[in-house]
Ligand binder design. Structure first.
Ligand code: COA
Length: 331
C-alpha cells in the first residue's frame, strides 16, 4: 500500500507553522501551556511547567534530544508576528519494540482561537507521524472540553475508552461496612490479580500510566527491585469465604499523590471495592494523597463511600490509520 492511499486532509503549511525547536521554543511553550490550561492545572501540571522552564534555562546548551527530560521534544508551533501563539507536542513512547505517539499540550492563545490554528497543528502532527510510518497516535481529552472533543472528532480521531482520575486522602475512621473480609494479599492471589489488572488497565492504557506489573508481583525479585529505588508497595485482597473477589495495591510516588491499583473480576457486578479502600485507608499515611485511575462509569459509589472524588474523566482517542489504509476506505 502506498502512503498516498491515506485520506488525511492535506495541512496547509503557511509560514506561521513550523516544527517545535526545543532550544528556541521551550520557554514560550511553557508560558502558553500555563495560560491555556490554567483552569485545569493541578500541582503535577505546575511541576511539569516548572520542569520545562528549568530545561529552557539551559538555552542553547540544551541537547536537541535530552535523554532524561520529561518535557516536549517534538511537535509543531504556530508563530504570528514573531510570537509563539500555538503549540502541539508529539510525545513518542518506545515500549516493547513498539512506538506510540501521544499528542499533548495542544494550546492556542485565546486571542488567536477559532481561526483553524489547532486544526492545522494537529494535521501537521499527523502528517509527521504518517511520514514516520504511521505509528499508533493517541490523545486524551477531558470529556467536558467540548471544543477540543469536536476538533479531534472532526479530524477523524476515534474514542477508544474513558477513564476517571479519582483523588482522595486516607481516612483513619474509614468504615469497612459489612460483607467480604479483607486480608493482606497472599502470593496465590497474584495470578488472578494480574489477569484482572490486565483487564482493567489494558495495554493501550498502560504505556501512559505508571503501572509496572513486575513491581506489584509478590516474591523476592519484586522485593529486590524495590530495594533499588522502584516504588514501595502494599497489597490487600477481599474474600467471600475462601473466594477472592478483588485486590488493591498501593504504590509510593514522588509526585503529588501515591497510586492505587484496583482489580476485580469484570463479570462481578458488585465487587467489594469500598471494603478494600477502607482497609487500605486505615493503614496508609494520612499526609499522602491517593490517586486512582478507573474505567469511567464504574465504582462511583465505592469511590465516594471511601471519600474519593472524581478529578476528571478523560476520553482516550486514537487516530485510525488502519481504517484509512483499508482499500475499502481509500477508493
Ligand atoms: C482547544 C483549542 C486548542 C482549539 O484551538 P483553535 O485554534 O481555536 O481551534 P480551531 O480554530 O482549529 O478549531 C477547530 C475546530 O475546533 C472546534 N472549535 C474551536 N473553537 C471552538 C469554539 N469556541 N466553540 C466551538 N467549537 C470550537 C470546532 O470544531 C472547530 O472547527 P470549525 O471552526 O470548523 O467549527 C483552544 O481552544 C485552546 O487552546 N483551549 C485551551 C487548551 C485546551 O483545552 N486544549 C486541548 C486539550 S486536549
Amino acid at each position: 500500500m502506498s502512503a498516498h492511499a491515506v485520506h488525511l486532509p492535506t495541512p496547509h503549511h503557511p509560514a506561521n507553522l513550523r516544527p517545535f525547536d526545543i532550544r528556541r521554543d521551550l520557554l514560550a511553550v511553557a508560558d502558553l501551556v500555563e495560560l491555556c490550561f490554567a483552569p485545569t492545572l493541578d500541582s503535577d501540571g505546575y511541576q511539569y511547567i516548572r520542569q520545562m522552564r528549568q530545561a529552557a534555562r539551559a538555552g542553547r546548551w540544551l541537547p536537541a534530544q535530552p535523554a532524561d527530560l520529561d518535557a516536549p521534544l517534538m511537535g509543531m508551533v504556530w508563530v504570528e508576528g514573531g510570537v509563539l501563539v500555538g503549540n502541539l507536542s508529539l510525545i513518542p513512547q518506545h515500549l516493547g519494540g513498539k512506538t506510540r505517539y501521544l499528542i499533548a499540550n495542544v494550546a492556542v492563545h485565546p486571542r488567536y482561537q477559532r481561526r483553524g490554528i489547532a486544526r492545522q497543528l494537529t494535521l501537521a502532527a499527523l502528517e509527521d507521524v504518517r511520514a514516520r510510518g504511521r505509528a499508533e497516535t493517541w490523545l486524551q481529552v477531558d470529556q467536558n472540553n467540548q471544543v477540543a472533543v469536536d476538533l479531534y472528532r472532526g479530524l477523524g480521531f476515534v474514542e477508544r475508552m474513558r477513564r476517571t482520575s479519582w483523588r482522595g486522602w486516607p481516612q483513619a475512621n474509614a468504615a469497612a461496612g459489612g460483607g467480604p473480609r479483607v486480608r493482606k494479599r497472599q502470593p496465590q492471589d497474584w495470578s488472578r490479580q494480574q489477569a484482572w489488572l490486565d483487564n482493567i488497565y489494558p495495554r493501550d492504557l498502560r504505556w501512559q500510566l505508571p503501572l509496572k506489573m513486575n513491581a506489584l508481583r509478590p516474591g523476592w525479585q519484586a522485593q529486590l527491585q524495590r530495594l533499588f529505588g522502584t516504588p514501595r508497595s502494599l497489597h490487600w485482597s477481599a474474600l467471600d469465604g475462601d473466594g477472592l473477589r478483588a485486590t488493591l495495591s498501593w504504590q509510593s510516588s514522588t509526585l503529588e499523590a501515591d497510586r492505587l491499583w484496583l482489580a476485580a473480576d469484570p463479570l462481578d457486578a458488585q465487587p467489594p471495592l469500598a471494603q478494600l479502600l477502607a482497609a487500605a485507608s486505615r493503614q496508609l499515611r494520612r499526609d499522602r494523597k491517593l490517586a486512582l485511575n478507573y474505567p469511567a462509569g464504574l465504582a462511583h459509589e465505592a469511590m465516594q463511600a471511601a471519600g474519593f472524588s472524581a478529578l476528571r474523566t478523560l476520553i482516550w482517542m486514537r487516530y485510525p490509520w488502519e481504517v484509512l489504509l483499508d482499500p475499502a476506505h481509500t477508493r
